[in-house]
Every structure is written in C-alpha cells, then in structure tokens.
Design a binder for this molecule. Structure first.
Ligand code: DAH
Length: 350
C-alpha cells in the first residue's frame, strides 16, 4: 500500500512538471486558441482540476509538498493565460496575434563605400606616423590651386580644357588636385607640419573606364628642419608595406611637378602577380601609385615659410586608383553609379 502511494505521488509530480512545460511552451495565434488553453487547463474539467481530484489519494506526509506544487502550477497557468489575453486585447485585433515577447528583426546595416574604406585605411596608416588630417574647400581660387604651387602662367593645367572654372574666369574654379590644401595649411601654420589632406577633385575629362571628371585624392605634407629625400623614401616605403603587404617594394622614377624639386613618381611592386608580370601591371611588375617630391622653396616662400630654415616633402595619390588595385575593380565608373550589387560586395568590411 505504501509503495503504491509512493508511485502515485511520483507520477503526480511528473504530471505537474509536464503540464507546466506544456503551458509554458503553448503557441497561440488567436483569442480562440487562448480560450482553448483556458478550457484545457484551468476550467472545472481542465487538467489542473483533475490534479486536485487525484490529490485526495496523496499520503498525509506528501500532502504539503504536492499541494504546493499543484497550487504553483495553477497560479502559473492563470498568469500565463491572462498575459496572453491581455496581449490580444492590447493589440485591439483578436484575429491577429502579435507576440510582443518575440525578439525583434535585426536591423540591416549599410555598407561602407570602397573609397571610404581605402581612404580610412590610408588615414590610419599615416596616423600611426603622426600625420594629422586637414581639409580644404572644393571651390578654390587660382592662387591656391596653381600660382602658389609654382605653376607658370602659361601652364596647360590652367587651361579650360582641364579645369572647371566657375564665374569670373580665371579666378574661381573647382580644384583639380588636393595640393591646394598644402598651401592653405602652410599659409596659416609654421613648421613643423605633418598632415594629410583627403578630398574630392574635379577635372574636365571625358568619362571612361579609366578616368572620371570627379575623383578623390590624398595629399601628404611634411615640413620641418632637415627633412630629406631619404625621409620621404622611408615614409612612403612604410606606407606601401602597411597598405599592400610586407613584401612590397617601391621604386621612385624621376618626374616633374611645378611644386616639387626634385620630383618623382612612385611605383609599388605589383601585389597581384608579386612582380612576375600580369595584365594589371601590364607585364612590368610595377604599379604607379603616386607623385611625390621635395617641396619647391618657391612654394614655401609663397606661404611665408623660411626656405633657408625649413625643407619638406609632399606626395599625392588617387584614391580610386588605389581602390581599383586593392579590389580588382576594372571600371572607375562603378564608384559613382551606386549600383547596389557593386556596393553590397563590401558588406562585411568596416
Ligand atoms: N597634385 C598632383 C596631381 O594631381 C599629385 C602630386 C604630385 C602631389 C607630386 C604632390 C606631389 O604633393 O609632390 O597629379
């Protein structure tokens, strides 16, 4: 008799636990279904009332424990069913259940534009060398874009074929390069100056896969006492290795810019074929990525910086070109067309 009673109590505890789980996990989507739940569990003929009936056969020693368990279950069921009812009432629509306890849909995050990714990476590399960031206006004057940068008055870049002029030709124009920001910074700051200038530039060029009338550049400038060409080489080598990989080599080829003397073009070893030769580097093993040189003393003097005391180097690179090399993009127009299929490919990047 004692054994039977014990078994009976064990079964009751199991039943209570099973009912509790059922009620907890019940899924309902209409008010009618909530009512069905109520009838099934807490009405006069419901499962919990039946438990109270079986309770009569529980031994006196176990009555306290089992009685408490049934009461807890009953309270739990009332609470759960009332909560569900309230939810339906608060939505004001008894046909359509909205489960307000459900986790929300995740927000779809946007993507960064590949030009921003490349720009931010370049800023962070030069940031590690102590370069600050400055910006200048896109609508400029002749002085900051050409004259102060030592362009001769008959230089072809001043021509309307290359430059967009606004109003009063030849005074107000869209900057054709970010070198203009060098002048703006040097006019208001005495050395030491160590900064980079990212920005948008404009040239009156036909749009094709390789060129656009709007593009982006990053300019760099370092002016102090005793700044040498060797300092420039080492700085640019550091940049190239940080950006293109630690085995990258650089090559400086003599060139000409009015605002630097001597001037050079910098190539990096092709990161795609590792210098072996491919169609991106046109089988040369090298990719041209920027112009650079020692700031011409005339430019320093134009900004009231003593060229006997100070020397400096400058460099400038096109962000589109570098992004095209990094991501294998064959047509510059992709950057400006905002085709979602193109932009989506940069989704996981920060
Ligand atoms: N401003 C030049 C251009 O748009 C790029 C450049 C070349 C910038 C040499 C420099 C430099 O600072 O030293 O083609």
């Amino acid at each position: 008799m004692i054994i039977f009673a014990f078994l009976h109590e064990l079964k009751m505890l199991e039943k209570i636990k099973a009912l509790q789980d059922e009620i907890k996990n019940a899924v309902v989507s209409t008010m009618e279904e909530v009512e069905e739940l109520r009838i099934k569990y807490i009405s006069k003929k419901g499962s919990i009332s039946q438990l109270f009936d079986s309770f009569k056969n529980v031994s006196t020693e176990q009555k306290k424990e089992i009685g408490k368990a049934i009461n807890d279950l009953k309270n739990f069921a009332f609470e759960r069913i009332n909560t569900l009812k309230e939810m339906f009432e608060s939505t004001g629509n008894n046909d359509q259940f909205i489960d307000l306890t459900k986790p929300g849909e995740p927000f779809k995050l946007g993507t960064r534009h590949p030009l921003s990714l490349v720009k931010n990476e370049i800023i962070s590399i030069f940031g590690r060398l102590g370069y600050a960031v400055a910006e200048g206006p896109e609508i400029e004057d002749d002085w900051h874009v050409f004259s102060a940068l030592n362009f001769a008055s008959e230089h072809p870049a001043r021509d309307m074929q290359d430059t967009f002029f606004i109003e009063k030709y030849p005074d107000v124009l869209l900057r054709t390069h970010t070198s203009s920001v060098q002048i703006r910074v040097m006019e208001r700051t005495q050395p030491p100056i160590r900064a980079i200038f990212p920005g948008r530039v404009f040239r009156n060029e036909a749009i094709s896969a390789r060129s656009h009338c709007i593009f982006h550049q990053i300019e760099g400038l370092y002016v102090d006492e005793n700044v040498s060409f060797a300092d420039m080489k080492q700085t640019l080598l550091y940049f190239a290795r940080e950006f293109f990989g630690e085995n990258t080599q650089i090559r400086l080829r003599p060139s000409y810019f009015p605002f630097t003397e001597p001037s050079a073009e910098m190539d990096v070893s092709c990161s795609i074929c590792e210098g072996k030769g491919c169609n991106i580097c046109k089988n040369s093993g090298w990719l041209e990525i920027m112009g650079c040189g020692m700031v011409d003393p005339n430019v320093l003097e134009n900004c009231n910086i003593d060229s006997k005391k100070y020397t400096g180097f400058a460099f400038g690179m096109g962000i589109e070109r570098i992004a095209m090399l990094r991501y294998g993009i064959k047509d510059i127009r992709h950057f400006f067309e905002n085709d979602i299929r193109f932009l989506k490919q940069f989704e996981s990047s920060i």
